[in-house]
Design a protein around this ligand. Structure first.
Ligand SMILES: Nc1ncnc2c1ncn2[C@@H]1O[C@H](COP(=O)(O)OP(=O)(O)OP(=O)(O)O)[C@@H](O)[C@H]1O
Ligand SMILES: [Mg+2]
Length: 247
């Protein structure tokens, strides 16, 4: 593992993946995946079920080790970026303790991440997701969208420079989805890099750049407009299908 001070804070790419491979038994989940996420951008990872989005995010989060290729996170090894407290990860399924309060959950995550001034950070994170009035509520008594907001708050406690959000707006109503994207924009404006996975094409237009992934490989990468122009289709959904077929 690299020591934290070997991480290059000024790196151009927050995530640089070249030919990343990951296999689960007979299943090749990542088959030479290439993509590069610029520091400070919102990067959308778009692809159908089983295309490898979560697997890739787990590699970036240092939870899975690729068998091949090169993967650099914030200028160093994924594990170095994670242990330096620079990476936040919101998993696809909410990982909260339902019988504990919002405050108790956030306190637990703050302790895990070694967050200093936890009281203030919890208030700040809850304010960001507009849930300060529910700090004492038991998680099981919250609506499902509220729980998603608490999960997001939990990933913000240690002020990560790279935020990994695995389908963060699934089950979230259109109003809240709008609010979420407003938070994401606010975070990006303050210098945070965001990797957001989705299979909802309408979210794609909100990302600075996109990687279209299928069967563990990137079909195409660029802004939504660039991808539509490259495919010569009227919209992104048909661009995705055209690019998948061309491959
Ligand atoms: N721990 C695991 N053990 C075995 N196979 C796995 C494991 N994790 C993922 N896979 C397989 O890897 C492939 C990619 O799965 P992954 O979860 O990365 O897809 P995804 O793009 O996130 O899909 P979704 O949109 O449904 O969340 C699938 O075929 C899946 O069955
Ligand atoms: Mg997934």
């Amino acid at each position: 593992m690299f020591p934290a001070d070997e991480l290059n804070v000024e790196t151009e790419f927050a995530v640089d993946a070249q030919g990343v491979r990951k296999r689960f038994g007979a299943i090749e989940a990542l088959r030479g995946l290439d993509l590069a996420i610029r520091a400070g951008e919102i990067y959308g990872l778009l692809g159908p079920n089983g295309s490898g989005k979560t697997t890739f995010i787990r590699c970036v989060a240092g939870l899975l080790r690729p068998e091949g290729g090169m993967l650099t996170v914030l200028g160093g090894a994924p594990s170095a970026a994670v242990s330096a407290g620079r990476v936040g990860y919101m998993t696809q399924a909410a990982a909260l303790y339902g019988d504990l309060s919002v405050d108790e959950n956030l306190r637990f995550f703050a302790a895990l991440q070694g967050v200093a001034h936890a009281d203030e950070r919890i208030v700040e994170a809850l304010r960001t997701v507009d849930l300060l009035d529910r700090q004492r509520s038991v998680v099981n008594t919250l609506s499902s969208g509220m729980r998603t907001r608490v999960s997001l708050a939990a990933t913000l406690l240690h002020r990560p420079s790279l935020l990994l959000l695995d389908e963060p707006t699934v089950g979230v109503d259109p109003l809240l989805r709008q609010e979420f994207w407003a938070y994401f924009r606010k975070l990006a404006a303050s210098g945070t890099t965001l990797l957001v996975s989705s299979h909802v094409m309408d979210e794609a237009s909100r990302c600075d750049r996109l990687g279209l992934i299928r069967a563990g490989a990137v079909l195409a990468e660029g802004t939504a407009n660039e991808l539509v122009a490259r495919a010569g289709t009227p919209d992104l959904e048909s661009a995705f299908l055209a690019l998948a077929e061309a491959r």
